[in-house]
Design a protein around this ligand. Structure first.
Ligand SMILES: Cc1cc2nc3c(=O)[nH]c(=O)nc-3n(C[C@H](O)[C@H](O)[C@H](O)COP(=O)(O)OP(=O)(O)OC[C@H]3O[C@@H](n4cnc5c(N)ncnc54)[C@H](O)[C@@H]3O)c2cc1C
Length: 500
């Protein structure tokens, strides 16, 4: 008997969604991530959970309807991480009358979950205009969602673990031999281990081709990759909108509120070759994004104002060289007498749950498993209705009166109703132990290390939170010292017993 029913290579959004789905259906799952969960493309996204206007423009109505359905599912199961947002397209109504009809269609294809309808706004008399260089004319405004991408990955992994999956970070799969079972050689935090599994999922994102070639030794010809880069600058506008501009060269530029005091501007896409681990946005792309922002916003930004850049690599073509679109693609390889192999390509956050559900469903001929379930089960902390977010934050402030409004927003937005696991009966900030700057406390760090696989300061500063944007250097040093002193392996979550 193999150690596991399914081994997943890759702890990005694709891998964790597959692990969660399969664990919840009763399979014994192990997920291997060579670095940190969401440490690659899945924490470098533009954070959209959306219907995709471009697909609508191409008249892919069925696809957009599916995507909007997935958007609504994410909003329902992760209402702390996924927030509705108004998207503003200044000037577009004059330039692209067709867009109005597309937005109307976007609204019609969505289910009635209560997001506000599209509207045309006179920006001269609206806060949207305040930040613009040309604060006049009209803007089209519609609803979609944004998400905390890396926390979506981590909480999906946590849910998988709570349903019995074993999550191993710092565990690199270096060889996979295929027979009746998969026999995987893994370097797990410096130790070589061999694991056997009845099926394997290659969800290694930008590494998919490399893993297929060098680990599985089943090369996938013609895999193409793109890198997508974005920049973070200080906040350029006060309104809680995502601005969408069509740049002179036809590219769509998005500027979104980012972590309260910042703006995320993106994106630039380029063909990519090489090791995804060293992807970075180039100086010319940073200048391009600054110039694009300067064309529209009153507040100027220069490359020197960029406080952080994010870049990730996404696989864009499958075995036959077909471009994988936002919905990604999946291959199922099964040969008589050989253990099955699933390969997932790219695809975006919006459709990751569905992609995983379809992928795991391909294994139903090999295992007895329970039906699809992920559309209705909240992620940890997400067991409340999305409309209640502000009320829940108020309740948090009432219960832990020492929190400021901004702190309550951040903490509830990150942990939802599981916040009590961190704050417990604390009556003052001092009850939460050592402080690392104004936001982060020992209680939160301990929780992240014990429950969310945080091992290094960057795991906390850039993925479990984005406090790296504001935390002073001396506090970061103190955090590193604290984590070094208290490092201990996370309590192992044993594989679930076989439930069938
Ligand atoms: C900059 C950018 C912006 C994007 N914007 C959006 C957006 O707004 N909305 C949206 O929905 N989608 C967006 N996407 C697409 C989407 O985010 C990505 O396609 C998706 O995150 C890819 O997830 P993944 O799990 O396939 O890959 P990744 O997140 O890259 O995860 C793959 C993981 O596999 C691990 N791995 C690789 N090899 C091994 C091995 N041998 N052993 C163990 N682990 C291994 C890696 O360490 C990595 O963590 C964007 C993509 C990029 C790059």
């Amino acid at each position: 008997m193999a150690d596991y029913d399914l081994a997943v290579i890759g702890g990005g959004i694709n891998g964790v969604c597959v692990a969660r789905d399969a664990a919840g259906r009763g399979l014994r799952v192990i997920l291997l991530e060579q670095g940190d969960l969401g440490g690659a493309a899945s924490s470098a996204t533009s954070r959209l959970i959306h219907g995709d206007l471009a697909a609508l423009e191409r008249r892919s109505f069925a696809r957009v309807r599916t995507r909007l359905g997935e958007r609504d599912i994410w909003l329902r199961v992760a209402p702390h991480l996924v927030r509705p947002m108004r998207f503003a397209l200044p000037g577009q109504s004059e330039e692209r009358p067709l867009l109005r009809s597309l937005l109307w269609l976007h609204e019609r294809l969505a289910s009635r979950i209560g997001l506000p309808s599209p509207q045309t706004i006179d920006v001269t008399h609206h806060p949207i205009g305040d930040a613009l260089k040309r604060p006049f004319g009209t803007a089209l405004e519609f609803s979609d969602c944004v998400v905390d991408d890396s926390r979506l990955v981590v909480l999906t992994a946590l849910d998988a673990a709570e349903r019995g999956a074993v999550i191993r970070t710092g565990a690199r799969c270096i060889r996979a031999e295929r027979d009746q079972f998969w026999r995987l050689a893994v370097i797990d935090r410096g130790h070589r281990q061999v694991i056997t599994a009845r099926a394997l999922a290659n969800a290694s994102g930008g590494w998919t081709g490399t893993v297929a070639e060098t680990v599985l030794r089943m090369p996938l010809p013609k895999l193409g990759a793109v890198q997508i880069g974005q920049i973070v600058v200080r906040r350029l506008f006060d309104s809680e909108n995502v601005y969408v501009f069509q740049n002179a060269d036809g590219r769509l530029i998005l500027a979104s509120p980012y972590e309260r005091d910042f703006t995320l501007i993106g994106s630039v896409t380029r063909a990519f070759t090489g090791d995804p681990a060293i992807v970075a946005i180039g100086a010319s792309d940073i200048s391009y994004l600054c110039e694009a922002a300067n064309r529209y916003f009153r507040e100027r930004v220069e490359p020197v104002d960029v406080v952080r850049s994010v870049a990730g690599v996404n696989q864009v073509a499958d075995r036959k060289g077909r471009a994988a679109d936002r919905d990604g693609s999946m291959m199922f390889d099964f040969r008589r007498g050989k253990a099955p192999l699933l390969t997932l390509f790219g695809g975006d956050l919006t459709t990751a749950r569905l992609r995983a559900e379809r992928a795991v469903s391909r294994l139903t001929t090999h295992y007895v498993m329970s039906p699809r379930w992920t559309a209705n089960a909240p992620l940890p902390g997400g067991d409340f209705a999305w409309e209640r977010f502000d009320l829940e934050v108020e309740e948090v402030r009432y219960r832990w009166r020492f929190l400021t409004e901004a702190q309550a927003q951040r903490l509830f937005g990150a942990y939802g109703r599981r916040l009590a696991d961190i704050l417990g009966q604390a009556k003052s900030r001092a009850d939460l132990g050592q402080s690392f700057g104004e936001e982060l406390t020992e209680a939160e760090v301990r929780h992240l290390m014990a429950r969310e696989w945080a091992r290094f300061p960057d795991d906390i500063l850039w993925r479990r939170t984005k406090l790296g944007l504001t935390m002073k250097a001396e506090d970061q040093v103190a955090l590193a010292a604290f984590m070094g002193k208290h490092a201990e392996p996370m309590a192992a979550v044993e594989p679930a017993p076989i439930r069938r």
